[in-house]
Design a protein around this ligand. Structure first.
Ligand code: G3P
Length: 215
């Protein structure tokens, strides 16, 4: 499973990229708004250090507007994936983008039928938001299971990107279900690495090793 960072913050992306195991980045208008920098500059800087997919979202809600914005975003770098909302105009735009060789991440997916339509439209990636479903007392991970099953049943090549991740359990469950990608905030990324027993065990090993050196 590929691991993406869900942020537009360059420092966080650089830190994660330095580990050598960052596969890509997703951004959205809310994350970009936090950075106080021009959108295209942010995407260009991210693409300079991340070789994998970098999602950049359109803000138009009509097909022609999405196409205009998406074509400009796709020019920034070869690894830009144009993020399009899962609405009727978005599904039409995805098909047009595909015919032009521009890959799309269809975002704001909350149901299995939405995911089915995204795949039929030719999405490169679909982004189900599991945390926001959990927030309204639905089990978000059930949606991942449904989408993975549907895509396998019909051999769709659309990648399932688990978004709106809140904790490492979401990441582990995504991997157990065979999702293609998990995207997460930097805080969750750092949590993936840490375990208190690792820290305690390492401290004990180093302590014991000091005794060996004395002998
Ligand atoms: O990038 C889309 C998604 O991951 C947003 O997550 O935490 O705002 O629900 P969140």
């Amino acid at each position: 499973m590929k691991l993406f960072l869900d942020t537009a913050n360059f420092n966080e992306i650089r830190e994660a990229a330095n580990t050598g195991i960052l596969d890509g980045v997703t951004t959205n208008p809310s994350l970009v708004a936090k950075e106080n920098r021009p959108f295209k500059d942010i995407i260009k800087d991210i693409c300079a250090i991340v070789k994998g997919d970098v999602s950049a979202e359109v803000t138009a809600t009509d097909t022609e507007g999405m196409l205009r914005e998406g074509r400009e975003l796709a020019k920034i770098a070869d690894n830009v994936i144009v993020k399009v909302p899962l609405i009727k105009d978005g599904l039409v735009a995805v098909q047009r983008f595909k015919s032009e060789g521009i890959r799309c991440n269809v975002t704001l997916c909350f149901s299995p039928t939405q995911a089915l339509l995204a795949a039929k439209a030719g999405a490169y990636i679909v982004s189900p938001f599991i945390g926001r479903l959990d927030d309204i007392s639905q089990v978000g991970m059930d949606l991942i299971q449904q989408i993975v099953t549907i895509y396998r049943n019909y051999d769709f090549s659309t990648q399932v990107l688990v978004a709106s991740i809140r904790n490492p359990v979401h990441v582990a469950d995504s991997a157990m279900l065979g999702a293609d990608i998990a995207t997460m905030p930097y805080g969750v990324w750092t949590q993936l690495i840490k375990h208190p027993l690792t820290d305690i065990g390492l401290a004990r090993f180093l302590d014991d090793w000091k005794k060996v050196q004395v002998k």
